[in-house]
Design a binder for this molecule. Structure first.
Ligand code: SF4
Length: 316
């Protein structure tokens, strides 16, 4: 799982000494942990655009929506040099088959949000976006992006990785011959995962699939993709996970012994209180769905959405 997933990454996060001062910005989770399960494709806009190492640092100046990139000490405007490189590079990246991108935060080239923009005011406003990050996000609106600093929040990390793995499965489905059966097969496996992100969108997608017969396949796939992407952009919460756990349990609780049911209910309650991570009730449910041969449940990707070694559900 995941071996064929390629994720773009700001080169300095991998420990490469490409920053303006000749240092790196190594992120151990990105380079060592995630790097074992996906292929990381490094991009350093400032080096690739020919700014050199070491180099004079740059900053964003002017209008936060279309800022200029200017060197900090000598005031040299490097905007057109950077923009012409980004235009070429995003087209080249189409061939890389990326499923996501992890950008270095706060950088005038790579930051996604709250990058400092120097205006005529005395203090810079934190409203900018790095020039390369902006171009990438406009060119690839469906590709999930995050900053390494936000990935330290375990829930954001879980959502980001889950989006990448789910969209990779979707694109594999799209790459096959389009058919209603193939769409239903995909949807059936992701149903509970979608529910863990959004109940309203879970219902909307369910209605779309239920009324699919007779519809043009291209329209159906496009409609499904739009709703799937929308759902995955909504973060999971403890409350949403509790809803899914109860939903799974309700499907086969009559088969459980009194002790098994009690154990599951207690574990779910411990998760609600934050005493155990999501992994604990999910592992138990996984065990019982197999023990009682609930194939429609244990095939649900919700119970196994990404490699356990990534430890994405180990936080309480
Ligand atoms: S933040 Fe971006 S431009 Fe700066 S060193 Fe890292 S990869 Fe290069």
């Amino acid at each position: 799982m995941g071996n064929n997933i390629r994720i773009g990454v700001s080169t300095c996060l991998l420990g490469e000494v490409v920053r303006y001062d000749g240092a790196d910005a190594m992120d151990p989770y990105v380079s060592s942990v995630l790097g074992q399960f996906v292929e990381l494709v490094p991009v350093c806009p400032e080096v690739e655009a020919g700014f050199g190492i070491p180099r004079e640092p740059v900053q964003l100046e002017g209008d936060a929506d279309s800022p200029h990139m200017v060197t900090v000490n000598t005031g040299k405007d490097l905007t057109s040099k950077m923009l012409s490189w980004t235009r070429r590079r995003v087209r080249e990246l189409e061939k890389e088959g990326l499923w996501g991108f992890i950008f270095k935060s706060k950088s005038p080239s790579c930051g996604i949000e709250r990058v400092k923009v120097h205006t005529e005011r005395q203090t810079p406003v934190k409203k900018g976006r790095g020039l390369f990050a902006r171009a990438f996000m406009e060119h690839f609106p469906l590709i999930p992006v995050e900053e390494e600093s936000r990935l330290h929040d375990l829930r954001i990390r879980e959502n980001f990785i889950e989006r990448i793995f789910t969209l990779e499965r979707w694109r594999r489905t799209v790459a096959k011959r389009k058919s209603l059966g193939s769409l239903i097969e995909f949807h059936t496996a992701q149903e509970l995962l979608i529910l863990s992100h959004s109940l309203p969108l879970y219902r909307e997608i369910g209605k779309l699939v239920a009324a699919a017969r007779g519809r043009k396949l291209s329209e159906l796939y496009a409609g499904y993709q739009e709703l799937l992407v929308k759902a995955l952009r909504m973060n999971t919460t403890t409350r949403k996970h509790l809803n899914v756990l109860q939903h799974v349990l309700s499907k086969f609780k009559k088969k459980l012994t009194t002790e098994e049911k009690q154990e599951l209910l207690e574990t779910i309650e411990k998760y609600r209180k934050g005493d155990v991570p999501l992994l604990v009730p999910v592992t138990l449910l996984n065990h019982y769905t197999r023990k009682y041969e609930q194939s429609h449940l244990y095939r649900q990707l919700y119970l196994n959405p990404h490699p356990v070694e990534l430890k994405l559900r180990n936080h309480a």
